[in-house]
Design a binder for this molecule. Structure first.
Ligand code: GAP
Length: 515
């Protein structure tokens, strides 16, 4: 069986071969951590975005959307804390000249201890069979206890260093743990330095006095600075939310794992404004609602878990990640944060404007508290694809690669295929296309054998293939072939529309979320 790493490599190659994701400006050898979405990728991405957008602004009467500019007044980023504190601690290896995030090196080391513990438990489970008590084993086995003790000590030392912003101590941990550079294999490390992740550029001509501005590192601030505009023009009453999707940019030091960590990426964020003191109940509400949104896609409930933050940003009073099991382990896809009234208060302070809400029920004004849900489109895309990608051995020795994408997200919903390129079958197939194409994204394929055409559609995750044959001309029926089961059945052309509609309707998923 292929290792997870091999599967991941194949998935990346598949994304390129089938027009999902290409390295950016590839003819010039690409640009690190920047990617382009191809003809199928853009459709899948747009479907993910629609699923998110509608689940916010269509399902909730008290959530509206905006589309703010990427460029914002530079003071925005001073107020938000990004100019002073949006930093990663970086360290270089003098031998390989490679740069790393010091915190990531240490977190990987912590994960190694966890792996060692899990391996001991798995080994013992195999040895003792059904009688095995994993909890007891973890509490009593000397080797597990030794790993656990090292893990806890390192974790504590790391948290203390991060909380204190102690860069010397971060370096010392790397030395003491004997963490080597994966390229050079040495511990010849430089000091740890802070590195700001924002990209900047100049706006205006130099003669006029150019202004240094930033490419936004998150979309959220576009919402905060528009709080009063939306609240007043939309006559919004608290609690209410503002949603936004758009590009964000971060000069990531360690850009790896394909589209997991990019320098240009897309976010879907929603800021939900609530009364002070009610934030925890709304935090719980959005924590559960967002998990339901993920699970409704049917990628497998066991692939999700929450990761509550122990170390909170200074302005947050609760934060959790929704993690998804990627081929390289459980990783953050979405963050849900209780950000108190920090952002609005900071913008009030820096702009000199009063940013408050008059609550008619309480007859008082206050700065609202905020619950934020923030998900990366590209990470969501990667999680969907990694769950969907499967290589299957078929009867008769054949193999197929199939993307078992949720039908609602599939780039192409149906492919219409005339059995042969003659006898009036292409014309009949076009008729069927015309019946479906106004409501569904369909494709038409008349090249190669039917078997090859099925494989091509499996590889891009098309849930339905519709074959037009000679019988179709007589009885107005077609063969529909289902991607997941590969089963085929004969149905009337008149039934096609409603069948595809039922299988690809987002409303079915929305009902599950709201149950
Ligand atoms: N406004 C809050 C915020 O931006 P974050 O945890 O830094 O919080 C939110 O980012 C989400 O954006 C992450 O959960 C992830 O899905 C996505 N994201 C962040 N950095 C990314 C990157 N470099 N590449 C791709 N997605 C990224």
């Amino acid at each position: 069986m292929a290792s997870q790493e091999e599967v991941f490599k194949k998935l990346v190659a598949h994304c390129k071969e089938y027009g999902f994701v290409f390295p950016s400006s590839e003819i010039y050898d690409g640009l690190a951590a920047v990617y382009d979405y191809g003809q199928n990728g853009v459709l899948l991405k747009n479907n993910i975005k629609q699923y998110w957008w509608d689940s916010m602004v269509k399902l909730h009467e008290n959530i509206v959307g905006i589309d703010a500019a990427i460029f914002m007044h530079p003071t925005t980023w001073k107020a938000s804390g990004h100019v002073d504190a949006f930093n990663d601690p970086l360290i270089d290896n003098r031998d390989s000249k490679k740069r790393y995030r010091a915190d990531v090196l240490i977190e990987d080391q912590i994960a190694k201890y966890e792996d060692k513990i899990n391996k001991e438990v798995e080994k013992a489970a195999r040895r003792f069979g059904e009688k095995f008590d994993a909890d007891l084993f973890r509490k009593t086995n000397p080797r597990v206890l030794e790993h656990q003790q090292k893990h806890d000590a390192l974790h504590q030392r790391y948290s203390d260093a991060m909380n204190a912003g102690d860069l010397k101590e971060l370096r010392q941990i790397i030395i003491d743990e004997n963490i080597v550079c994966p390229i050079s294999g040495t511990t010849n490390w430089t000091d740890v330095r802070q590195f700001n992740l924002m990209f900047s550029t100049d706006m205006g001509s130099t003669a006029d006095g150019a202004m240094k501005i930033y490419l936004r590192p998150e979309t959220a601030q576009g919402i905060f600075v528009n709080f009063l505009n939306v609240q007043k023009t939309g006559r919004m009453k608290i609690p209410f939310g503002i949603a936004q999707m758009g590009k964000a940019f971060r000069n990531e030091i360690v850009a790896r794992q394909f589209i997991f960590r990019m320098r240009e990426f897309e976010q879907m964020e929603m800021q939900f404004f609530v009364r002070p003191g009610e934030e925890m109940q709304w935090f719980d509400f959005w924590r559960q609602t967002r998990l339901k949104w993920h699970k409704a896609l049917g990628l497998g409930d066991e692939k999700y878990r929450f990761h509550d933050h122990e170390k909170l940003a200074h302005y947050a009073n609760a934060a959790t990640d929704i993690e998804f099991e990627m081929p390289f382990g459980f990783k953050e896809v979405e963050g849900i944060h209780s950000r108190t009234n920090f952002d609005l208060s900071q913008h009030a302070k820096y702009s000199g404007k009063k940013i408050e809400y008059f609550d008619p029920e309480l007859n008082q004004s206050y700065t609202p508290y905020v619950i934020e849900t923030s998900i990366g489109v590209d990470r969501m895309f990667l999680s969907v694809l990694s769950a969907a990608y499967q290589e299957e051995q078929l009867e008769g020795g054949d193999r197929r690669v199939v993307l078992r994408l949720p039908a609602v997200l599939a780039p192409v919903k149906a492919c219409v295929m005339p059995l042969v390129r003659k006898d009036g079958l292409p014309e009949k197939a076009q008729e069927v296309m015309n019946l479906l194409k106004y409501d569904f994204n369909c494709s038409y394929d008349e090249k190669d054998s039917i078997g090859k055409r099925y494989r091509r559609q499996d590889a891009i995750g098309t849930p339905f293939c519709i074959t037009i044959d000679h019988e179709t001309l007589n009885d107005q029926s077609v063969t529909i072939r289902y991607r997941d089961t590969m089963q085929q059945e004969r149905i009337a052309i008149s039934e096609l529309h409603s069948l595809i509609q039922r299988a690809t309707a987002m409303s079915t998923l929305f009902r599950k979320i709201m149950e």
